[in-house]
Design a protein around this ligand. Structure first.
Ligand code: PDD
Length: 280
C-alpha cells in the first residue's frame, strides 16, 4: 500500500498533487541522491546514520541540502505520523533541481526534496530460509560510496539475477567481489568475517556498520579486506546485508552451495544480535 501524504519540494501534499518538473536534473541525469530508512513499530532505525550518509553524498556531489539534519528529522517524524506508518520504509531523495537541459550545472539551482513512506513487513522468509544469488560483473562507476540516483548498472544486474530465479546479484570487478546490487556481502571463513573495505568501490552500508559493531561486541574477528570469487565459493557461510533484508543468509551462488547450502551458525548468531537492536 502506498502512502497518502508525501513531502515534495516545500511541504506535505497528497501524492497525486506532486508535479515533477520534466527538466529536473534528477529525472534527466540521475543527478541526485537518496536514502532508504527502516521504520519498525513506528520508530526509525539508525536514522542518524542514514542522514549522516545523506549529508555526505550531498557534499560529495556539491548539492546543497535545503534543511539541517534536525529539520529533516522533524519532517521525517511528521511523515511517519501523517501516514500512521508502523512497519515499512521512508524514501528520501534530493535532486540538484530543475534547469535547462545542459550537462554542466550552475551552483544556484534549488534542490528538490522528495520523501514518502511505504508499508512493508520484515522479510522474514528470506531472513529465516536464506536466499540464492547470482554473480554479475560490477560495471558501475568508481564512486560507489555515494548513494546516487544513478542505479542502472544495479538494476540491470538485479534483474539478470531475478530472471534466473535469484534474490540478488553479487557484483565483482574481475576476480574481486565488491558488494551486491542493493546490499553488502560478507563471507565467513574459519569463524572470521570478511567484507570488502569501505572505499570508493562499495556503498558503506548502514547495516554493514551495525554488523561490524555486533561482531566486535561478540568478539567475532573481522577482516575488512577484498575477497575473490574463489574465496566466496570456498566460504563456510556468506550473507548479504541491507536495510530491507537486514541479514540474508546466502544458500547458493550460481546454483553452487555455500557451505552446507543452508544458513550457518555465525550468520544465525549475528541475526539474533541484530534482531535484539530493533525498536520494539
Ligand atoms: N540499498 N550497497 C548498495 C549498492 C545498496 O544499494 C545498498 C542499499 C547497500 C546496503 O546499505 P544499507 O545497509 O545502508 O541499506 C549496499 C537500498 C536498500 C536501496 O537502494 O533500496
Amino acid at each position: 500500500m502506498k502512502c497518502l501524504v508525501i513531502y515534495y519540494k516545500n511541504g506535505f501534499m497528497e501524492r497525486e498533487n506532486a508535479k515533477v518538473d520534466i527538466e529536473d536534473r534528477g529525472y534527466q541525469f540521475g543527478d541526485g541522491i537518496y536514502e532508504v530508512v527502516r521504520v519498525y513499530n513506528g520508530k526509525f532505525f539508525t536514522l542518524d546514520e542514514h542522514l549522516a550518509r545523506f549529508v555526505r553524498s550531498a557534499t560529495e556531489l556539491h548539492i546543497k541540502l535545503p534543511f539541517t539534519v534536525e529539520a529533516l528529522t522533524n519532517l521525517l517524524e511528521q511523515l511517519v505520523e501523517k501516514n500512521e506508518l508502523i512497519n515499512g520504509y521512508v524514501y528520501i531523495q534530493l535532486t540538484r533541481g530543475a534547469a535547462d537541459r545542459i550537462h554542466n550545472y550552475a551552483d544556484n539551482l534549488e534542490p528538490v526534496l522528495t520523501m514518502y513512506s511505504t508499508v512493508r513487513e520484515r522479510a522474514l522468509s528470506d531472513i529465516e530460509n536464506g536466499v540464492d544469488v547470482y554473480l554479475h560483473e560490477d560495471i558501475r562507476w568508481l564512486r560507489c560510496d555515494i548513494k546516487s540516483l544513478n542505479l542502472l548498472p544495479n538494476t540491470l544486474a538485479n534483474t539478470a539475477a531475478k530472471n534466473k530465479g535469484g534474490h540478488e546479484a553479487i557484483l565483482h570487478r574481475g576476480e574481486i567481489v565488491t558488494e551486491a546490487s542493493a546490499s553488502n556481502i560478507f563471507i565467513v571463513k574459519n569463524n572470521e568475517l570478511v567484507t570488502h573495505p569501505a572505499n570508493n568501490l562499495i556503498l558503506n552500508g548502514i547495516t554493514r556498520g551495525k554488523i561490524l559493531q555486533i561482531a566486535e561486541d561478540l568478539k567475532i574477528p573481522v577482516k575488512e579486506e577484498a575477497f575473490t570469487i574463489e574465496e566466496l565459493f570456498a566460504a563456510d557461510e556468506a550473507f548479504i546485508t541491507n536495510t530491507g533484508v537486514e541479514i540474508g543468509p546466502i544458500n547458493h551462488v550460481d546454483d553452487k552451495a555455500i557451505g552446507t547450502g543452508k544458513p550457518g551458525p555465525v550468520t544465525r548468531k549475528l541475526q539474533k544480535a541484530f534482531e535484539a537492536l530493533l525498536p520494539s
